[in-house]
Design a protein around this ligand. Structure first.
Ligand SMILES: [Zn+2]
Ligand SMILES: [Zn+2]
Length: 275
């Protein structure tokens, strides 16, 4: 894994480090299998990074950010949750930019080395990623030097137009970010637009609303409530932790459908009677 990602890190692919722009102040960048998001207009010195991708993507994220924001560092890094594929380059970036990292208070223990996530559940999904999930790192990262707790009232530092929505289930302190005025949503892994358990889905990036990545979701009851919460917001556009951005009627219809039929559509068959 390290060899592969270090190879990607080498200069030859830096040209491809370009953000996908969704709105004039909302963009995302795909690192191997996971997205990072940027809130802020082009060339602005007032922007925030959401999530940090897997390890060894720090340089590429910085290069992408240099292109979009003309070298201005972000004001802060905000994490949707602490899974390894979302925090991998967090320390590297926080150090280089000298900025704080914010997490929900209930995610705190998992990003300060106090608690580990449960290991991936290889009995769900059946695809390649589910199969190798027990080998994914679940060991708690330690961001202690940089991390701060988000305020309890749902406000987000440096983002006056945005609020966070507590969306537990996939992890205890998982959050989504929502802006009321245009109903833009950054969903993290509360739901995703690619079927993450199957390798095919990840690499072809089929655009379809799916439940959270099954192998890493320990609490399906909460995950269901979280999807219902987000569906009620009727987002006009959504960027998720994995897969491509979605918008409009297609997003809305599929998200309502997922919320209404969560058990059948998202929860792996043999887990449905657990709660
Ligand atoms: Zn996750
Ligand atoms: Zn993820």
């Amino acid at each position: 894994m390290d060899k592969h990602t270090e190879h990607l890190q080498d200069g030859w692919k830096m040209d491809h480090a370009v953000a996908d722009v969704v709105l004039d102040d909302l963009a995302f960048y795909q690192t191997l299998i996971v997205n990072v998001c940027m809130i802020g207009k082009e060339n602005s010195n007032d922007w925030v990074l959401i999530d940090t991708g897997i390890r060894h993507y720090g340089e590429r994220i910085m290069e992408m950010a240099r292109k979009r924001f003309g070298g201005h560092p972000p004001k802060a890094i905000i994490l949707t949750h602490g899974h390894f594929d979302h925090v991998g380059s967090a320390v590297y970036l926080a150090k280089h930019w000298d900025v704080p990292i914010f997490v929900h208070p209930m995610e705190w223990d998992y990003v300060t080395g106090k608690r580990d996530y449960p290991v991936g559940d290889a009995t769900v999904g059946g695809g390649f990623f589910a199969l190798i999930s027990p080998f994914y790192p679940t060991k708690a990262v330690n961001l202690a030097r940089y991390v701060e707790k988000l305020p309890e009232d749902g406000s987000l530092p440096h983002l006056p137009d945005w609020k966070y929505v507590h969306t537990p289930g996939h992890t205890p302190g998982h959050i989504a970010l929502f802006r009321e005025k245009d109903r833009a949503l950054i969903a993290g892994d509360a739901f995703i637009t690619v079927k993450q358990e199957s390798a095919f889905g990840v690499f072809t990036q089929h655009q379809k609303v799916h439940g959270p990545p099954a192998y890493f979701t320990p609490n399906w009851k909460e995950a269901e409530k979280s999807v219902q919460k987000l569906a009620e917001l009727k987002p006009s556009v959504a960027i998720t932790g994995h897969g491509l951005a979605m918008e409009g009627e297609r997003l809305n219809k599929q998200l309502q459908e997922l919320a209404a039929n969560f058990k059948e559509l998202a929860i792996p068959k043999h887990k449905r009677n657990v709660h």
